[in-house]
Design a protein around this ligand. Sequence first.
Ligand code: A2H
Length: 253
Amino acid sequence: EGVLPQEYVLIKMEIIPPFPQKLKVLEGKKVYLAAATLRPETMYGQTNCWVLPDGKYGAFEINEADVFILTERAALNLSYQNLSKIPEKPMCLLELSGYDLIGLPLKSPLAFNEVIYSLPMLTILTDKGTGIVTSVPSDSPDDYRALQDLKSKPDFRKKYRVNDEWVLPFEVFPIINIPEFGDKSAEKVCNDLKIKSQNDKEKLAEAKRLTYLKGFTDGTMLVGEFKGKKVQEAKPLIKSKLLEAGLAVLYSE
Ligand code: A2H
């Protein structure tokens, strides 16, 4: 944990009914996987959501209307940030594991894919953000590699009961150009560094360092309302739009 608080945007990824048996008690409510991101301007390119299979999650009442699925730790922090039905007290309606969340169909803000699915990622940290991560494989090396792992390894899909239709139709979609890395910067850097799996932590850290900074300083939007604008300019505008539309909330830790 750093000294300064980190501010995330929580993207409200809505679960599309009908709910599976395990989540049936929540049906009738608006239930979201709340994904913590530092890159709200990349939401056009979402291909899936990531959960930690062995992670512990809960469905928490945030206000009269909304239920968020995230870690208890994040729910506690949110309850001190005016995001709990009862102030300073997380209201858990249902305890869940990551396994319960795999395969949920989701509708996520700005995503060009109308329906995306929740899939397993083994490197998610439960002491950071919400434990839920939205996947943008064009611009995030972690997301690119984890999606490739699922696509290229049928045994891996089988182990986590991931249906082919939740993974195979989803292609890396260009949303930002970085002069040095092209339109699919994460794919390019992962290939250049010969990253073979989501567990290749050191190389992925290097890939993230390379793309994260360059994306912000040199990136140009290829899609959306701010197409043609620099990422630096578009990012705060897209963030404000999401917040004002009620499609996302801010979260600090
Ligand atoms: B970012 P920082 Cl396109 N465990 O969002 C692992 N990773 C997590 C996480 C957790 N518990 N919570 C959030 N994250 C990811 C988009 C994105 C992100 C892009 C490019 C880079 C990038 C789409 N995924 O992050 O350690 C989330 O992925 C590169 C750093 O707090 C979040 O933003 O700095 C980022 O890591 C937060 O990481």
